[in-house]
Design a protein around this ligand. Structure first.
Ligand code: ADP
Length: 553
């Protein structure tokens, strides 16, 4: 159209010039319309892809084995879930868009240029073969630099998350200056890598532009001579110039597209490092039911944690243990004896070997995790409550809503009725960051209420009353026995005050069962139990003394 208009000028051919102008306008409108459509389509798709990836990552993370979470830093994960997914989105959105744009421009411009002049087309594209060489070389460097930048950003994110997670400790030990300096160092490392990346990118796009401009230079000289010699018209010459100038956009665009796609590839690799970790399989072996089996049976259970290379690491070895329906079992032993490990293996937070832990006559490995954890509830010493209402915290983990009567029953059992009545909005009071903060003992009792409302068949209490008063602990146990007579209970505790009321006590030491039996029997025959009992009683006495001293003061 440009050629038509220019060549019409010396002829003073007004219709030719006007038609060419109208055609030009029409083509511009078509180009803009098409660009709008594919931009919308590609950008929308990139957002859908990012959302899909985010969901995949989140679901995957929820199903990793417990041991894996100990090796992954939360801040690092947050960085991957945000920055890396954003980089992938840019590669599949703007990155693909620019590539498609560049390819279409080439496919349209080059044939028209060939039609106008084969010789000039060859000259204009003389340096184009250098493009793949430059893009691959620089692309590899961008890939490496970007991955290193993302690792450094992950370090910043993990450090920030850890420092604010442990802000109480930082303030109490006056570590503010130390963490500030560390944060400064990490930020500087990231900045240095960012500057390296910027200088790499800064050389990349202009070097591609130089190649197109070299083409333009050839056209000016050779095309100019052709016009002088009458080989081509001025219109063809000007039209050709326009094409070459327009080609410089796709050439620059290749630079951006390569940068974004290589960044996307590096980000995807980082995401795959997480997505590649095998998930916990809900059912590991086919179910075989043993008739008339006890509720829980442990059979030659051996478990060792992954060694960290120091040789002497903990191993749990239990030959044969049974828990019948309705039994109340106590588990005692020094710190590190393996009580929590045993509980974690029963609910498969750590995977026990096959045919070693049986629940309701079935190997736990054959029971779907949802079913297993619905029937067995665990309350741990460290309690996590959400910044939600009291009722929401109690109802957690219950499919559907819980009726008020049931909620009151569990609260009565854990002796918290009066305390909740005293709260500002009673059962609707918000806890945690958005509301009141409960004491350690109250949190533990609320966690017990949360476990009880699920009506488990087996309740595992792992030092769950460590912050609860002995008197309240006794009352709770009494309530448990009257309100839930059929409940089977395994109660691990470093405080032995309620052991005399339990049906059987297992004594663990260094991962092995030392003895089992009733309180009186163990007190007379097992020295370790005697020693643990003495320590527990002594700590109770000293606690009573300090309470009395407090009241006198
Ligand atoms: P207890 O509950 O009786 O205090 P645990 O079962 O928590 O004992 O721990 C038993 C031993 O296993 C300890 O020596 C502890 O250091 C080790 N241990 C616990 N959890 C892990 C883990 N995730 N990785 C490696 N060792 C662990």
């Amino acid at each position: 159209m440009v050629r038509e208009a220019i060549d019409g000028i010396p002829e003073k051919n007004v219709p030719r010039v006007l038609w060419a102008g109208a055609g030009f306008l029409f083509l511009m409108v078509c180009q803009s319309g098409l660009r709008y459509v594919w931009r919308m389509y590609l950008m929308g798709t990139s957002h859908r892809i990012a959302r899909g990836l985010r969901l995949d990552l989140y679901n995957h993370l929820q199903n990793l084995p417990l041991a894996r979470y100990q090796t992954i830093r939360t801040g690092d994960l947050m960085s991957r879930a945000t920055n890396d997914i954003q980089a992938i989105r840019e590669a599949v959105g703007p990155g693909v868009l620019i590539t498609v744009d560049a390819i279409i421009s080439f496919l349209i411009f080059v044939p028209v240029m060939l039609y106008l002049s084969v010789k000039l087309t060859i000259l204009a594209l003389l340096f184009a073969p250098l493009v793949p060489w430059i893009t691959t070389t620089v692309g590899d460097r961008i890939d490496r630099l970007f991955e290193s930048m993302q690792v450094k950003m992950s370090n910043i994110s993990a450090f920030t998350q850890e420092t604010f997670g442990g802000i109480r400790l930082i303030k109490s030990l006056v570590l503010e200056n130390r963490v500030r300096q560390r944060f400064f160092d990490l930020s500087e490392e990231y900045q240095e890598e960012g500057i390296r990346m910027a200088s790499c990118e800064a050389r990349f796009t202009p070097s591609l532009t130089v190649l197109t401009h070299l083409g333009l230079f050839m056209i000016l000289i050779v095309g100019g001579m052709d016009v002088i010699n009458g080989a081509i018209t001025v219109g063809t010459f000007v039209a050709f110039q326009r094409f070459v100038v327009q080609l410089s956009w796709p050439m620059e665009a290749i630079g951006w597209a390569v940068t974004m796609s290589r960044e996307g590839v590096a980000a995807h690799r980082r995401l795959q490092q997480i997505l590649g970790i095998p998930q916990v399989t809900s059912v590991r072996t086919p179910a075989v039911e043993r008739k008339e089996a006890p509720l829980l049976e442990i059979n030659h259970l051996h478990h060792a944690y992954e060694s960290n290379g120091d040789g002497d690491h903990f191993g749990l070895k239990l030959s044969h243990l049974k828990v019948h329906e309705g039994q109340k079992i106590g588990v005692v032993g020094p710190v590190g004896a393996g009580k929590s490990t045993l509980f974690n293996l029963i609910v498969r937070l750590y995977e026990p070997p096959e045919e070693t832990v049986f629940f309701e006559g079935k190997d736990v490995a054959s029971i779907p995790l949802v079913e297993l954890r619905r029937k067995i509830s665990t309350v741990e010493q460290q309690v996590f409550l959400f910044s939600e209402k009291v009722t929401t915290n109690i109802e957690l983990g219950m499919p559907g809503s819980v009726d008020g009567q049931e909620a009151r029953k569990v609260i009565r059992t854990v002796c918290m009725e009066d305390e909740i009545e005293e709260l500002h909005d009673k059962y609707d009071t918000y806890l945690g960051e958005r509301g009141v903060n409960l004491s350690g003992g109250q949190k533990q009792r609320l966690a017990l209420a949360r476990a009880l409302i699920r009506k488990p068949r087996l309740l595992l209490l792992d030092d769950a009353f460590s912050a609860v008063d002995v008197e309240i602990e006794r009352r709770i146990l009494r309530n448990l026995l009257t309100e839930y007579p059929d409940l089977t209970l395994i109660f691990a505790s470093h405080r032995l005050s309620i052991m005399p009321s339990l049906d059987e006590i297992w004594i663990l030491d260094k991962g092995k069962l030392v003895a089992k039996g009733h309180h009186q029997q163990l007190l007379q025959s097992v020295s370790l139990y005697g020693a643990l009992w003495q320590t527990s009683e002594r700590s109770l006495e000293s606690r009573k003394d300090s309470l009395e001293a407090d009241s006198i003061l």
